[in-house]
Design a protein around this ligand. Structure first.
Ligand SMILES: Nc1ncnc2c1ncn2[C@@H]1O[C@H](COP(=O)(O)OP(=O)(O)OP(=O)(O)O)[C@@H](O)[C@H]1O
Length: 246
């Protein structure tokens, strides 16, 4: 297991946003987290990536206890996230959006020449299908391409595990297909992916296993087929129209 999340609880005052949640993610898996609005998905992401400290529980990443570590320490270990609201450096060129995180990371582990950095940035742009946008300002990109730029920026920091917060949110069906292709390629290139996503076509289409949350609690975990026919999930979230079992 690359990530083990054990009995995580996170409270905001009297509200239990994440309630004793346990799950683990296998290496090179695409693992989905679903649940209605307010179920605790984003809070769980924030706890795992160090933006919030949990009230209870442990998080183990590649055998190391990362509970309570700072986001930049966790990122340096190879656990990166993207945000629901994309936030590239809009006034910067697409390529520079990748060079900045690269210099930040490589500066720490011993330097990289400009030529190496540019080469690597070009590879990443190719990977996410944004080579043609290399010298555009990020603000000129449509939403679907911004989402892929966000993934590209995370790739510049060489993650082992990438946590994607609603990568298909606000996208057209064609843009969604392009993001789904990129996520599958991530896995093929050896990166483990944990993804929060509301769009069921996307979740069911890319995830090998899915966990469902409701009111902060884990209510189910399984393959897309198992989740699609789980009565509690259907009641909480999916609605009859997504009933797979008939
Ligand atoms: N910083 C905070 N302070 C107080 N309450 C918060 C905070 N962040 C989240 N909450 C509350 O915690 C609960 C879980 O919220 P969270 O954003 O994790 O849900 P979610 O499943 O990600 O929802 P969505 O699908 O709408 O993004 C909600 O009731 C929310 O109002």
């Amino acid at each position: 297991m690359i990530l083990e999340v054990n009995n995580i609880t996170k409270r905001f005052g009297g509200l239990v946003a994440v309630d004793d949640v346990t799950f683990s993610v296998r290496e090179r898996e695409i693992f989905g987290i679903i649940g209605p609005n307010g179920a605790g998905k984003t809070t769980l992401f924030n706890v795992i990536t160090g933006f919030y400290k949990p009230d209870k529980g442990r998080i183990i990443f590649q055998g190391n206890d990362i509970t309570g570590k700072k986001p930049n320490e966790i990122a340096k270990m190879g656990l990166l996230r993207t945000w629901q609201i994309v936030r590239p450096f809009l006034g910067m060129k697409v390529i520079d959006n990748l060079l900045v995180p690269m210099y930040v990371k490589k500066g720490i582990i011993g330097g990289i020449t400009e030529r190496e950095a540019i080469e690597r940035a070009n590879e990443i742009l190719e990977f996410v299908g944004l080579s043609h946008r290399r010298d555009f300002l990020a603000e000129a990109l449509p939403q679907g391409e911004r989402k892929r730029l966000e993934i590209a920026r995370a790739l510049a920091s060489e993650p082992k595990l990438l946590m994607l917060d609603e990568p298909a949110g606000g996208l057209t069906p064609t843009e969604m297909d392009e993001v789904m292709d990129v996520v599958r390629k991530l896995r093929e290139s050896g990166i483990t992916v944990v993804v929060i996503e509301h769009n069921m076509r996307v979740v069911m289409g890319i995830c090998e296993r899915i966990m469902a949350l409701n009111f902060g609690r884990k209510i189910a975990e399984g393959t897309p087929e198992e989740i699609g026919r789980n009565e509690e999930v259907i009641k909480a979230y999916l609605g009859e129209r997504f009933h797979v079992g008939g």
